[in-house]
Design a binder for this molecule. Sequence first.
Ligand code: SUD
Ligand code: ADP
Length: 285
Amino acid sequence: MTTQAAALGVANAGFAWAKVNLTLHVTGQRSDGYHLLDSLVVRAGVGDRIAVSPSDQLELFIDGPYGGAAPHDDRNLVVRAARLLDAGAGRGARLHLTKNLPAAAGIGGGSADAATALRLLSAHWGLPVPEDVARLGADVPVCLHDTPQRMEGIGERLTPAPKLPPCWLVLINPNKSAATPEVFSRLESRANAPMPKELPAFTSAPAFAAWLATQRNDLEAPAIQVVPEVAECLGSLQDALLARMSGSGATCFGLYETEALAQRAVTRIATAQPGWWVTAAPMLG
Ligand SMILES: C[C@@](CO)(OP(=O)(O)O)[C@H](O)COP(=O)(O)OP(=O)(O)OC[C@H]1O[C@@H](n2ccc(N)nc2=O)[C@H](O)[C@@H]1O
Ligand SMILES: Nc1ncnc2c1ncn2[C@@H]1O[C@H](COP(=O)(O)OP(=O)(O)O)[C@@H](O)[C@H]1O
């Protein structure tokens, strides 16, 4: 929305798509403790919703099934994103966050919210998105991209991934949160091999899944120590082309060739595990 539309009192809104780490190689550690990563990151078509409307003050209103899982005060990443963009000028806006994604779940819900808030408020206030968004979190830069990215460094080095085939993802979370620092702290090895220098091009979902199976999420084993149900989630995705954990967990994904196969898995898993979060979404290209 333009600043002119803002003056008319019209709300603008957008989705904060879930981030999925299809691979996550931990390749080293910096002297400040942050880990070096090599990760193939995609967005799934399920997310939180943020609407921005005019207000004299900065206000946050949260609802949605996971509204209780995110902070309702200045610690919320949408408020922190607004303050970074505003740079102390005291601009106002009403932010309405509908939290559909579980929090602290390895799918970057908070980072995606921050990225979407930056985009919406940048249009609302007529300000450019600043360079230093990684100050909000290592995952925020990648969440500003809707296309698949290879993410390196601690999250700041991004290069577009080769074209990926159409796929569906089933995301499942046992409704147990995994604290990212704790999962990293349980890593046995911090200097693991990166992905190949050149990522291959893929023509089909099975070929893509077969290649992904040769790569890793190095945080899977430490996350299982923190949330043992991760192993159960992975086991429940037995009909997927590939089953793996995203980020620092506990959300796991299954990769499927078609929507029908993904929806069939959702029905099966949701029936067996009524306490889990289970959803199917297209992988966004
Ligand atoms: C692990 C990843 C993989 O995409 O995803 P999530 O599990 O959070 O979704 C991210 O790197 C998380 O990014 P984000 O959650 O934004 O991290 P930050 O807020 O910057 O850092 C939280 C904590 O994670 C650890 N951390 C994070 C990123 C990184 N490259 N090395 C780290 O060691 C540090 O202990 C840090 O204090
Ligand atoms: N808008 C938000 N949504 C979710 N979590 C948030 C938000 N703002 C701040 N947080 C905090 O960020 C932490 C990480 O949340 P999130 O980004 O969802 O997980 P992850 O880093 O595992 O992908 C949570 O523990 C939560 O307290």
